[in-house]
Design a protein. Structure first.
Length: 346
């Protein structure tokens, strides 16, 4: 009897029960009901209704502000502080560009050495703005350079003197040579590049004056976290400071030690036609480093001096605010020419 009962119980597991019409299969004991419907999905980390303590109300949600940098509204973009703020140099809104210039100056005052650290990326966007297709973006480009020359003049002139000065000629629609067939970085049409706005030219010339002062003349050492006045210290050798670790990043990038540049036939031909032995030409500007002041002075005297005096004189004759600023810049150029000529004769 016992064995028959066990066999009957085992057969139940493999028998298909016959259901009556309208009846459903019995639910197993471990059945879980999933027929409910969710009316909302809870995401506590992304909830806009999350509770905020009273002392955290005034703090800045950095993640939120980083997302707002891509906002369509110019007023919203202007208020954002982010790591990619350098790209706002070429923003379509003038208020955003002015806000970035103010932010850059405030950051330089708050943290010394910050501009030197990011100088390469800043200059990249500034040079792009100086040759931008839109005139209003070009007109505010030197505002960023003015902050750089005020807050970090050494890093600017040592690494980017030649490139910045050539871009300035492009910005003002100036040429570096009188020969129309020669290669020049400037565009001759004033409609395509800046020069139309007198107010903008005043700012451009103000920067040029400060830029030439910082590049061509000795500047007093300013106290900061990255600069050291070695005159206050006793060193083992007079040239010891020259061989210390550089304070700025990518200090030897202008030397182009690991860069192979293809020669330009037109510039090479121009260099071959140079009548002055030992003088720099436009061809040399592509490969020369402006790390030391003597090189910057020689480049300026050989290549940029005559075009600078010619174009500044024409602006000075126009009068107005631009004429006054051009007169101030000519005074700096004349002082440099006298000093350089005097030093060359010694």
């Amino acid at each position: 009897m016992g064995s028959k009962k066990k066999k009957a119980e085992k057969k139940k597991d493999f028998q298909k029960t016959k259901l009556k019409v309208g009846k459903t299969t019995a639910k197993p004991d471990n059945y879980t009901d999933t027929s409910f419907t969710a009316r909302s999905i809870s995401l506590p980390n992304q909830s806009i209704a999350k509770k905020v303590d009273a002392h955290l109300t005034g703090q800045v949600d950095l993640t939120h502000h980083l997302l707002l940098t891509k906002h369509h509204s110019a007023a919203t973009r202007k208020e954002q502080i982010l790591t990619l703020t350098v790209s706002l140099v070429t923003d379509q809104s003038a208020s955003v560009r002015r806000a970035f210039i103010s932010l850059l100056a405030a950051c330089a005052d708050k943290q010394p050495g910050l501009l030197e650290l990011h100088m390469r990326s800043i200059i990249l966007f500034v040079h792009s703005a100086m040759s931008h297709i839109q005139g209003d973006i070009r007109s505010t480009s030197t505002g960023v350079l003015e902050v750089l020359v005020d807050k970090a003049p050494a890093a600017l002139v040592k690494g980017y003197y030649v490139k910045t000065l050539r871009q300035f000629f492009t910005l003002m629609s100036w040429t570096l040579t009188d020969d129309k067939s020669a290669v020049s970085p400037a565009v001759n049409t004033t409609s395509s590049l800046d020069g139309s706005s007198k107010k903008a030219r005043v700012g451009h010339l103000t920067f040029l004056t400060k830029f030439l002062e910082a590049a061509l003349f000795e500047q007093p050492v300013k106290e900061s976290s990255t600069s050291i006045d070695w005159s206050n210290y006793v060193t083992t050798h007079p040239q010891t400071p020259r061989y210390m670790l550089p304070a700025n990043s990518l200090a030897f990038a202008p030397l182009k030690l690991y860069i192979t540049e293809l020669p330009s036939n037109m510039l090479a031909a121009q260099a071959a036609n140079s009548s002055v032995d030992g003088a720099y030409s436009l061809y040399d500007l592509e490969k020369v480093s402006s790390e030391d002041q003597d090189t910057r002075r020689k480049i300026t005297y050989d290549v940029f001096l005559k075009p600078l005096k010619k174009n500044l004189t024409s602006i000075m004759k126009e009068g107005g605010e631009a004429g006054k600023e051009a007169n101030t810049c000519i005074a700096v150029v004349d002082r440099f020419e006298k000093d350089y000529t005097k030093a060359s004769t010694l």
